[in-house]
Design a binder for this molecule. Structure first.
Ligand code: FES
Length: 107
């Protein structure tokens, strides 16, 4: 759902772009954050919590709480509330901890 006629919205939000969430093509407005684009398409749960696997989505909407992590174009644990949506962007649900390793050093 979008507000298309608002006195404070500027024209930068009027151009429609396409992006993908879990492989499904969706429509967003240019200038939106990824979080806003997802919510505009009715998606409110972006991932699950690390320990209890509880649903997570937008909480602070200003980059402070890390509740809105998603994977964007292969980059794991990206803040969706601080990232602008781009044409053709591939966004995925955050299903758990990032894949980290010790590399070959053995430390
Ligand atoms: S909603 Fe809090 S960091 Fe994105």
């Amino acid at each position: 759902m979008y507000i298309n006629d608002h006195p404070l919205l500027e024209s930068e939000f009027l151009e429609e772009i396409t992006f993908f969430y879990e492989g499904k093509q969706l429509i967003a407005k240019s200038g939106q954050t990824v979080a806003a684009a997802l919510m505009g398409n009715g998606i409110k749960v972006f991932g699950v919590s690390r320990k209890l696997q509880q649903p997570r989505g937008v909480f602070c909407a200003n980059g402070r709480c890390c509740s809105c992590f998603v994977t964007i174009d292969g980059l794991d644990h990206t803040l969706s509330c601080m990232t602008r949506i781009e044409e053709g962007m591939q966004v995925f649900f955050n299903g758990g901890d990032p894949v980290v390793g010790r590399g070959g050093s053995g430390i």
